[in-house]
Design a protein around this ligand. Sequence first.
Ligand code: VGL
Ligand code: ZN
Length: 212
Amino acid sequence: MVSLVDSKSALLVIDVQNDFCPGGQLAVEEGHRVVPVINRIMGLFGLVAATQDWHPADHLSFAANHSGKKVFDTVEVCGIDQILWPEHCIAGTRGAEFHPDLHSAAFDMILRKGRQKELDSYSAFLENDHRRATGLEFYLKGLEVSRIFLCGIATDVCVYYSALDGVALGFEVFVIEDGCRGIDTPPGTLKERIDKLITEGVKVINSKELKA
Ligand code: VGL
Ligand code: ZN
């Protein structure tokens, strides 16, 4: 079997932060279970980049900052539909830190996103206006990366949008399903989005397929 991971491959670790794990502000069921999977496969890659959701306290994505609205309501801000979340991943707080068991010392680069008050950023590549770049595309292309492997939280939000943008930007994209966990609200969203990723050309794999 040929290894899927070649010299032009990078691992992207998406938002493996305390607030997305059990006990956190936007806890994803079993979110912490991605950690041992990611720690195990990290060493296979010549390049590992990670993202952190990193919001100001007055961020527009927090339900608490919209009077009369509750978590999971949708509002429109500057023509963009915005789902409202609990306050999460506030810059500099413990909730925004990587899960303590994640081998974050091995990351080559860390990208923080969602830092502007009036604009959310699910994708590691583009802000939610689908125009403004985070810079990750140019970093990866500058290092001649053509194949990206995504893992992290949440499968159906930040991993999902990163994978779709990755394909649109010309990368060959793999999602490591057992290295991800999803929010699945409303129920069925997770499966719908995995199906959409496959339709768009993303390869959804298991971490066991990575070993040559
Ligand atoms: C995320 C909801 C809000 C994620 C970030 O990392 O998937 N989800 N902000
Ligand atoms: Zn967020």
